[in-house]
Design a protein around this ligand. Structure first.
Ligand code: ME8
Length: 509
């Protein structure tokens, strides 16, 4: 049985509306998922919402709502955004789903029976926004070592998970499996962090302080720490414990894509939890960088977030997808500005891809009554096999920016080809009609190759182009060979349509 390519986004907190940081991770995963589907692989793309914990409880109280009623109102906002952005996930998990709770409680009971969980009194410092406990030594100038905010002194009885027991194993595992944490500089960061002794993880919260969570099995006084609950979504969503057949076809996960803010949870807590449970390791934890605004990380707590829906309404979902995928190399931070997005809109989308389509379709209309003319075989202006190989290689290396650069090289080459061959001059000379036909066939075919690949990156635009060329959606490129030949058929009547990326001052709202 072929292993299904199983990839995950973080499950997002529902204490507020999603912003372009969340959209970024989901767009990246969607692009990877679509590309793997294009390669003919079965894919399972899971995303969802992290609904328990203090942050969400606080947000609900502020709005004078019951937590469940509150999260039920927020979840559709995430789902709506994913629909608008063309995010095609296979499963949406909510940590308030009954089956997820069952799995969390089963795992906790097993780990306790195994001796990896114990009860103890805890004294320490607590950062409420991060939901993290710190020892005196871990504080940075008396503040939370993650976010730098004030911390509170706490003493309480809780359940602890023996992280420390597995520290040496984890260091060895990361060293022996250099591909496990990517990019490499993040792997080194984790190894650096593991030079200090790991403290056992406090995995419950007393109900006196937090009621909104999964009950710790066997205790009426505790709920489960939100991170322990949340990480397990990757297993429960894949059928762990409840659907063995499904789980076998999905696990191990091929890719956990996360932001670098939650690397420690995914590269330290998570592998240790799995090891203790006797579950094999996911293949890859990839941490991407942050979108910043004016130097600061875009975040709900800072309040400098950009609403993706507003951008989609103004520019279209593929424009936002293209911008986010192309602007930074995956792993690095990026600076968001609408001016930059507008610049890319004009240069890469309107003047480059949009222009190529427009001039190709216009000339086919003008010189061949809208029918793709017959071109000579073998006069391709680019190597389709090379294009497919290089684009695939870049996507498999988690470098969508490089993949887009390969695709845009074809667009640029095709636009140059128009300048070089001057079809308008060829059209004046009846003896050169075959040459003209060849040029236009080639151009139409270039746009088709570009559009097939763009299905993974800019699905709406790709669909429109393929429809205008009367090519149905190409769901899979089996054996790659289909992509190497011509995709357009001579004699097909094409549809020029409206400009793909109209000038912004002419764009209808
Ligand atoms: O951490 N730039 O949820 P969350 C890039 N529930 N990506 C960003 C970003 C930014 N400025 N801001 C957010 C949680 N993200 C937990 C996860 S998983 C088991 C539990 C993206 O709502 C990025 O993927 O705070 C980051 O890791 C995630 O949103 C954090 O989302």
């Amino acid at each position: 049985m072929t292993k299904t390519y199983y990839l995950t986004t973080p499950i997002y907190y529902v204490n507020g509306k999603p912003h372009i940081g969340h959209a970024y991770t989901s767009i990246l995963c969607d692009t990877f998922a679509r590309f793997h589907r294009l390669r003919g692989e079965p894919v399972f793309y899971i995303t969802g919402t992290d609904e328990h914990g203090i942050k969400v409880q606080k947000a609900a109280i502020e709005q004078k709502k019951e937590p469940k009623a509150f999260v039920d109102e927020i979840v559709p906002q995430f789902k709506d955004l994913w629909r608008v952005l063309g995010i095609r996930y296979d499963h949406f998990i909510r940590t308030t789903d009954e089956y997820h709770k069952q799995v969390v409680q089963k795992v906790l009971a097993d780990l306790e029976a195994k001796g990896d969980i114990y009860k103890a009194k805890y004294q320490g410092w607590y950062c409420t926004p991060c939901e993290s406990f710190w020892t005196e030594l871990q504080l940075k100038e008396g503040k939370c070592s993650d976010c730098g905010r004030a911390v509170d002194r706490l003493e309480e009885e809780n359940y602890f998970f023996k992280l420390s027991k597995y520290q040496d194993w984890l260091i060895g595992y990361i060293r022996d499996n250099p591909y496990f944490i990517q990019p490499d500089y993040r792997k080194n960061e984790v190894l650096g962090f593991l030079k200090e002794p790991l403290e056992d993880l406090c995995i419950t919260r007393p109900k006196a302080r937090l009621t909104w969570g999964i009950e710790y099995p066997g205790s009426k006084d505790h709920v489960v720490y939100v991170w322990f609950d949340a990480l397990l979504n990757y297993l429960s969503g894949a059928g762990y414990f409840l659907d063995d057949k499904k789980f076998k076809s999905l696990w191990p996960a091929d890719l956990h894509l996360v932001g670098k803010d939650i690397l420690r949870q995914h590269a330290v807590f998570w592998p240790i939890m799995l090891k203790a449970m006797g579950v094999i390791m996911p293949k890859l934890v990839f941490a991407h960088g942050w979108w910043r605004i004016g130097g600061a990380k875009m975040s709900k707590s800072v309040g400098n977030v950009v609403d993706p829906i507003a951008l989609v309404q103004k520019y279209g979902s593929d424009v936002l997808r293209y911008f986010l995928l192309n602007e930074v190399t995956l792993g690095l931070d990026g600076t968001y500005s609408e001016d930059l997005l507008v610049e890319r809109y004009s240069s890469d989308l309107a003047n480059s891809l949009g222009n190529l389509w427009h001039r190709t379709a216009s000339m086919i209309e003008k010189y061949f009554e809208g029918k793709i003319p017959q071109g000579k075989a073998g006069t391709r202006i680019y190597d389709a096999a090379g294009l497919w190989d290089e684009t695939s290689k870049a996507v498999l290396a988690h470098d969508p920016r490089e993949a887009l650069a390969r695709i845009w090289a074809v667009i640029t080459r095709a636009n140059q080809f128009v300048e070089e061959t001057k079809p308008w001059a060829l059209a004046k000379d009846p003896s050169r009609i075959d040459e003209l036909a060849d040029v236009l066939f080639n151009l139409a075919d270039s746009v088709a190759h570009v559009a097939v690949l763009l299905q993974a990156f800019m699905p709406e635009t790709a669909k429109v182009i393929l429809e205008r060329l009367k090519i149905g959606p190409i769901e899979q490129i089996r054996g790659d060979k289909e992509f190497y030949g011509s995709l357009v058929t001579a004699g097909t009547v094409i549809e020029k349509g409206e400009p793909l990326f109209p000038r912004l001052d002419e764009k209808k709202p």
